[in-house]
Design a binder for this molecule. Sequence first.
Ligand code: ATP
Length: 320
Amino acid sequence: MKRIGLLTSGGDAPGMNAAIRAVVRTAIYFGMEVFGIERGYAGLIDGKMTQMEMRSVSDIVQRGGTMLRTARCSEMQTLEGQKKAADVLAAQGIEGLVVIGGDGSFRGAKDLTENFGIPTVGIPGTIDNDLQYTDYTLGFDTAVNTCLEAINKLRDTMNSHERISVVEVMGRHCGDIALYAGITSGAEIIVVPEIKYDMDDIVKRIDRSRASGKHSNIIVVAEGVMSADDFAKELQAVTTHSVRSTNIGHIQRGGSPSMADRMLAAQFGNKAVRLLKDGKGNRVVGIRKNSIIDMDIFEAVSMKKQFNYELYETLQMISM
Ligand code: ATP
């Protein structure tokens, strides 16, 4: 394979730039040409791309966001849209495509392979950690660290005023950001889409913690359940403690990627290009038990995400 394309798609995630750098430099190392496609599948259909060189990706390893920008593109979900994308790739002589994005982006990649025979490799780039086949997605670690910084600050002020802080975090339908941020921030309670919450039980846990000498409480609510505002209203109706709500919001999606995310980016990007070089397409890369793996893209997107109940129980036991 002599020429490949590269795009970022769906929601952006810290570490996407580091992955772009790894893809571009690995490809150049193997003597391949790389075309950076702007704005995900929308840019691909419009033919918006430029050849990337070694120096095109200088000074981006530490930056959040994606230098290629990203977009959602409904046209890609139609066969006509996919055909346009395939035609653009053929016209440019691009023989393989690396797609950095979440499960939706992977479906687009799978369609390009299945319907038009274009070898594609997916790199899991999403803060949500909502893909079952990989232990971690790119951006998750940084997003959780951003949540921790915010929760640390909230704890200071909640302690002073003896309040309950309801903190909303992202993750769409997946509770992993809430779970990991909850455990590692010392939050007393997490509310996730995977487990139905019981307000009576939550009030009991808060009262128990206050009786044992705690001055404040942190409740992390995943966006897939409800907003922090709504949850705080519901809670305030049944407790005498003062409740405040905070939505951490889009700052979770930005910022300089953590070491863990940069390391994933380097390994995922390198592996993706090696697969294409070896003539393998229709694959995704991931990490399992600390090893970089690849698997069939169709199998990967059809796996249902499993919630880690053991970690949830750990939180219940140690956050009192
Ligand atoms: P994130 O998890 O961060 O939101 P994502 O990749 O899952 O990332 P989506 O908005 O679901 O984000 O998908 C991104 C893009 O992938 C869509 O805008 C569309 O262009 C393409 N896509 C999504 N689903 C499909 C599908 N079933 N077939 C073809 N293309 C798809």
